[in-house]
Design a protein around this ligand. Structure first.
Ligand code: ZN
Length: 389
């Protein structure tokens, strides 16, 4: 195949240690010294160091991709560890990019690792993408997926995008020369009601592991210029039946960003769909948040769990009533006692913002929202247990 990635030549000899480290690459005629040099010269930006980014980064670092960029604003949390294989229990509470940096350098000290403890936004998108040969998109936010797509198309940089849900996933290379982009497949962001809320979508831990590994696999192929990359092809994976399907994904000449008469010519942020992100932090600060501790001390509260039935059944705060978000409108002044004050909670807090906006008209002054949601309550209980042990 023609190489999609142009690299500066670097023929510095490999040390004895590197020859041993990369021996299984050097012995492959398709890679050899020239290929390993290409890997060492290449740079890859990984957007999102979560379920997809973790295995992708581990594979790229192990393979000897010389410079890796990692952007993620989050901190390692206990609930990440079921699938984010880059992190450890001891690393909880630390910024993901710092944990990733230390772990990857311990794996391969020959690499340069750039870390950006921030979100990928309109403000930094173009500069970041310009610094790397290739991009891996492992975000779980639709707004970020569209921003990465548009920034890569406008910069002429290919990227490997993937998404996962429950037991399945899909993967393709977008924005390669002559290839399609994500908007050729999905021109506009899906309607909010068709997307599960940020925190409620479950996934089997191995599914992002598989798709993230495949993202690194396609990145290595692109850098090496070998095989048939997934350009113009969408790979879908059903992890329950193990059916892998390759669907032809042609470029859409009417695509709003890569088509013949594009309507998107400069970067603009797509509206955020996560309810928590949809209301900027400054707006949210005015909402009636209550910490777990304050909630415990407040005796007259009715705790309401607004998550799905499956989430409630898997574990909830003792004594809480269950009223899922899609039925939240049944809460009216007539349906609750005259002196009741409600404390709403979801998994992490995002969905309660949505519930608050639906209820505030009729229950103003009688609603509070649990800051950090059920996970904050679990964390505080774990901390209490640690103290009493
Ligand atoms: Zn397109």
């Amino acid at each position: 195949m023609d190489t999609v990635i142009r690299l500066c030549p670097d023929t510095t000899a490999f040390s004895d240690e590197e020859q041993l480290r990369y021996a299984r690459h050097l012995s492959l005629p398709e890679i050899g010294r020239a290929g390993q040099h290409r890997l060492r010269c290449a740079s890859v930006l990984v957007i999102g160091a979560g379920g997809l980014g973790s295995p992708a980064l581990l594979c790229l670092a192990a393979a000897g991709v010389g410079r890796l960029g990692i952007i993620d604003p989050d901190y390692v949390e206990l609930s990440n560890l079921q699938r984010q294989v880059l992190y450890t229990t001891a690393g909880c509470g630390r910024p993901k990019v710092e944990e990733a940096h230390d772990h990857l350098l311990a794996l391969n000290p020959h690499l340069q690792i750039d870390i950006y403890p921030e979100a990928f936004t309109l403000a930094n998108a173009a500069q970041l993408i310009a610094r790397y040969d290739l991009i891996i998109e492992g975000s779980d936010r639709f707004a970020t997926k569209y921003l990465v797509n548009d920034a890569c198309v406008l910069a002429g940089k290919p990227y490997i995008g993937a998404s996962v849900r429950a037991f399945s996933g899909m993967l393709s290379i977008y924005a390669a020369p002559e290839g399609p982009c994500y908007r050729c497949l999905f021109p506009e962001m899906p309607a909010p009601e068709t997307i599960p809320s940020c925190a409620q979508a479950g996934v089997l831990g191995t599914v992002p592991g598989l798709l993230g590994t495949l993202q690194a696999h396609e990145a290595l192929k692109l850098i090496l210029g070998i095989g048939e990359p997934l350009i113009g092809t969408l790979l879908t994976v059903d992890g329950l039946t193990m059916r892998f399907q390759k669907l032809r994904l042609p470029r859409d000449l009417e695509c709003p960003v890569c088509g013949e008469a594009p309507t998107i010519r400069i970067l603009a942020e797509a509206p955020a769909l996560c309810p928590a992100a949809a209301h900027p932090a400054e707006d949210q600060a005015d909402l009636p948040w209550l910490s777990v501790e304050a909630g415990r001390e407040h005796s007259g509260l009715r705790w309401i769990d607004i998550r799905t039935l499956a989430e409630f059944a898997a574990g909830h705060i003792p004594g809480a009533a269950h009223i899922p978000l899609d039925q939240i409108e049944i809460l009216t002044t007539a349906s609750i006692g005259p002196h009741d004050h409600l404390l709403l909670y979801c998994q992490q807090g995002g969905r309660t913002v949505q519930a608050y906006h639906r209820l505030k008209g009729k229950l103003q002054g009688r609603l509070s929202l649990l800051h950090g949601g059920y996970e904050a309550w679990l964390n505080s209980r774990a901390a209490q247990n640690a103290v009493t042990r």
